[in-house]
Write a protein that binds this ligand. Structure first.
Ligand SMILES: [Zn+2]
Ligand SMILES: [Zn+2]
Length: 165
C-alpha cells in the first residue's frame, strides 16, 4: 500500500471522474484501512462503497439503494445502506454533501483532509477540493475565539464549467 500513500499535499480539485485512484485501488484501500482501524469490511460496506464509486454524480442513499437492488436483483434494506454509509464516512472513504444530502467518494482517502465542495446548482454535479490548509485555518480562527468546532461544512454553490457553455 506504500505506493498510494505518497501523494503531494497541495490542494487540488477532484471530481467523480478524476483519474486519481482507480476503483480497484480504492476498493483495496477500503479493505486495508478498515483492517487498520479494526473495523470489519463487510460485504454490504464493500457493495455500497462500490456503488458510490460507480455513481457519476453525488448520489443520495435512495439512489444508491436503487442501484444496488438493480445490480444484484436482491432486496437491499435502507438501514443497511445507511449503516454502510456511516461506516464509510468514518473511514474517510465517502463524504456527505450536506445541502444535497448526497454522498461522494473521496478520490484520495489516503491523505487526511477536509472537504470543500464545489456544487453545480444546474446539473447537480459536485467537485471536491481536497484541502489541507483552509479548514485548519478556520478551525484555528474559531479556536482563538474560544469556539470549539465539532463539524465543519464547506460548500461553494454555483455553475460548473460544463453548464456555463
Ligand atoms: Zn477527499
Ligand atoms: Zn453543472
Amino acid at each position: 500500500m506504500a505506493a498510494i500513500m505518497t501523494q503531494n499535499s497541495a490542494s487540488h480539485i477532484c471530481t467523480a471522474r478524476c483519474a486519481d485512484g482507480s476503483k480497484k485501488t480504492l476498493l483495496r484501500y477500503g479493505e486495508y484501512i478498515a483492517a487498520q482501524k479494526g473495523q470489519r469490511w463487510t460485504a454490504p460496506r464493500a457493495a455500497v462503497y462500490e456503488a458510490v464509486l460507480d455513481a457519476r454524480r453525488p448520489a443520495t442513499a435512495y439512489q444508491l439503494l436503487e442501484a444496488l437492488c438493480a445490480k444484484d436483483g436482491t432486496d437491499v434494506k435502507p438501514a443497511t445502506v445507511y449503516r454502510a454509509l456511516d461506516a464509510l464516512q468514518e473511514l474517510g472513504l465517502v463524504a456527505r454533501i450536506e445541502s444535497m444530502n448526497a454522498y461522494l467518494a473521496c478520490r484520495h482517502p489516503q491523505q487526511p483532509h477536509e472537504h470543500i465542495f464545489l456544487v453545480c446548482d444546474d446539473c447537480g454535479d459536485a467537485a471536491e477540493v481536497a484541502d489541507h490548509k483552509i479548514a485548519g485555518h478556520l478551525r484555528h480562527d474559531a479556536a482563538s475565539h474560544g469556539f470549539k468546532t465539532a463539524r465543519q461544512v464547506m460548500e461553494l454553490h454555483g455553475t460548473c464549467q460544463h453548464c456555463q457553455k
